[in-house]
Design a protein around this ligand. Structure first.
Ligand SMILES: Cc1cc2nc3c(=O)[nH]c(=O)nc-3n(C[C@H](O)[C@H](O)[C@H](O)COP(=O)(O)OP(=O)(O)OC[C@H]3O[C@@H](n4cnc5c(N)ncnc54)[C@H](O)[C@@H]3O)c2cc1C
Length: 388
């Protein structure tokens, strides 16, 4: 059949996790196919903030890529993040004079396209614009059928297709946890009055549930504003995130002043941020999962781009081993699960517990106020350990 494409490795999804997998496989000189249902540039609902593992991943993927990222006219950088556990005190995560930034802001329509534009012409073959419809396992490996009828035969599939992963549903044959996820809305504003140093503002807002409110500035003067929290609690208490975020913008005493002349640009958009890593499968016979498909977002501060990219790098290194051994069995891929646990297990568990404690307003405020100086002074080392 003319319409059948054969490959050893097929990545499904070209967001940051799939793109990082492709870039690392190219570095390792391993040919592969990458599929995305969208055509790039494509947008993705996000807060547009890049921290920690995003920097580390870009650096591992290549110094040139990292330099191109730093020089990109649509990406801006800041040395400061302000986290406000309540309205009385805040914690500052800062960079030292010698280091460049602690957070960068890049609209996903630009950042994801930036990664895709760096794909290798030699090792990466792209099929964009038609989604995966069916995945079947047979004796030879995996058979992927796209909505446009194209068929791709592969020995190994990398599921990089995000929070509602088709790969997960087809190959793990289990439901993705609805409980271990956050639900967020995000929107763009013009004319928000912010400090000049592009500081990131993160606030906890206590309703019947703990909500996380973010203000991230962008290169074109717009601002990305987002709000969300644990999906199960938001559903249980019937919280309407659009009503809540509008209320914060109009009435919150520390926020409203910034939005006096603000104008909304476009609609509110919503999506989920899964954090089920450690509770559900991340690999099996002939497949492995990366990024949101593996539930790898940080439960507390919601970093999902960096953890996703880093998981793509770890995946590619394991794929190199599997290719050499021509062995794509579940048993052989267990090493990938273990390496993910070694890299993220402790951090994501700690973040999950922090999220649990943050539900108790006064306890959390007490501890963050008590430990403020310690957290701030320790943060340099913690950031450097996971960053560039
Ligand atoms: C409102 C909000 C704010 C956030 N803010 C931040 C933030 O500031 N910083 C941060 O680090 N993280 C943030 N996150 C989390 C972050 O967006 C995700 O963790 C990140 O996008 C995960 O990357 P990924 O590549 O795994 O998945 P995605 O970025 O979702 O990419 C998946 C790709 O797969 C493709 N795809 C899906 N299904 C199919 C299919 N069937 N066939 C083919 N292709 C398919 C999609 O088109 C997409 O390109 C936020 C999330 C939300 C919802």
């Amino acid at each position: 059949m003319e319409n059948i494409e054969k490959t050893t490795i097929c990545i499904i999804g070209a967001g940051p996790s799939g793109a990082a997998t492709a870039l690392m496989l190219s570095k390792l000189k391993i040919p592969h196919i990458i599929i995305d249902k969208a055509l790039f540039p494509r947008d993705k609902t996000c807060g547009d903030g890049l921290i920690l593992y995003a920097y580390r991943s870009l650096k591992i993927l290549g110094n040139q890529l990292f330099q191109d990222f730093l020089k990109h006219p649509k990406f801006i950088h800041s040395k400061k993040i302000q986290f406000h556990p309540n309205d009385h005190h805040h914690i500052e995560f800062k960079e030292t004079e010698e280091r460049d930034m602690v957070i960068s802001y890049a609209k996903r329509i630009d950042f994801d396209d930036f990664l895709v534009k760096h794909f290798s012409k030699t090792y990466t073959k792209t099929f964009f614009g038609s989604g995966v419809k069916i995945i079947k396992e047979n004796k030879k490996g995996m058979q992927i059928t796209l909505k446009n009828g194209k068929q791709i035969d592969a020995k190994l599939i990398v599921g990089a297709d995000g929070a509602k992963s088709t790969v997960y549903r087809n190959l793990v044959k289990d439901k993705i946890s609805k409980k271990l996820a956050s639900t967020f809305i995000s929107g763009y504003f013009n004319n928000v009055v912010l400090a000049k140093d592009n500081v990131a503002e993160i606030r906890l807002v206590y309703k019947k549930v703990t909500l996380f409110f973010y203000i991230f500035p962008l290169f074109d003067g717009k601002v990305n504003v987002s709000l969300g929290g644990r999906v199960d609690l938001i559903k249980k208490h019937n919280i309407n995130l659009i009503d809540e975020i509008q209320h914060i913008i109009q009435h919150h005493k520390k926020v409203k002043g910034k939005f006096i002349h603000a104008e909304k640009d476009g609609n509110w958009r919503g999506w989920s941020i899964p954090f089920h890593f450690g509770k559900q499968k991340t690999s099996g016979n002939g497949f492995l999962l990366v990024g949101d498909a593996a539930g790898l977002a940080n439960p507390f501060y919601k970093e999902g781009i960096g953890t996703g990219m880093m998981s793509g790098i770890i995946a590619a290194k394991n794929i190199e081993r599997c290719v050499k051994e021509n062995n794509f069995t579940a048993e052989n891929l267990k090493k990938y699960d273990q390496e993910l646990k070694d890299k993220f297990g402790r951090l994501l568990r700690f973040s999950f517990y922090a999220l649990q404690v943050a539900r108790f307003k006064s306890t959390f405020a007490f501890f963050t106020s008590l430990l403020k100086r310690k957290i701030e002074s320790k943060s340099y080392g913690a950031i450097q350990k996971r960053s560039y």
